[in-house]
Design a protein around this ligand. Sequence first.
Ligand SMILES: [Zn+2]
Length: 321
Amino acid sequence: MLSLLLIFCLFFCGNAHSLNLPDQRLHFREFTLNYAYQDEGTALKIVRILQNSLPRFQRIFSLRIQRRAKIVILSSPEDQLRYLQHELPRWAGAAYFPENRTIFVKSPRWSGSIFDLQTDVKHELSHLFLHDMSGDHEMPVWFDEGLAMLMSGKQVSWWDGITLSNALLSNKVMDFSQIEKVLQFDEKKARIAYLESQSAVLFLIQRLPQHNLVRFLQEAKRNGLNEALQSSLQLDSIDFEIKWYRNLAKRYKWYIFFNFTNLIWLFMLFILTAGYFLVRRRNRKLLRKWTEFENLENSETGDPLRWTGGNSGQINDDEDF
Ligand SMILES: [Zn+2]
């Protein structure tokens, strides 16, 4: 059910007459949502997410959306092919297409995503705002995705730390130029690329004067990202990437100790090593006892080889003849 406030904010339009998009449509501020009847619940959830998120986005990007944007809920895999002419990556719950100012969201009825609906919608909103803000200045994917991760409210969890740690130790950390192709990656690689991007933007914000992201974005809007990096951190993009990588390695390498699989292997290794030394100690003890027992027995019964009538250790041949 919609809250009263939402009822005032929404202008419900009923059936759309577009041949190309789902037939239900509603407007919320600068957004038009297109969806199939079965996805009305999802559409209303998205409106709530917009209502709660837009003020923050407008403040951080210092921007109000000027041109109308669309949000299309894809109600089935067939819808995806019909509207996009291709499939989004299986792991992606949503995507933003700047050329027609449209966010496509897979309906949670049929699709899973790396993230939940709220995170997906906020993530794509960030792409929309950054694209509108940056104008002619092209933003690298690491920055676009890292900022979107941050704006979506996604935190870097312990598990994420372990993922980064594994990537570091298995040499799977990608440089920024490789992250440009994130949409072609499989889920595992995409997850690493998103985490790297997020950690790079967090690293950047932590080093900004007063952590002032708003001012940094304004500088990036005026002069592009490289100039903003130079004027805010006195680093060019290559130096920034090197410093970020060193920080990543320093920060996340030790997370390897929290990897459950590694812990099991370490525990097994410990058990095997301890077992080896215990068995060795027990064997030595047995051997010593056995030797002592044998010596005792020899001294009681006499050793025929040693008993030489006083010439210890030698058999005297002359005595036999
Ligand atoms: Zn994205």
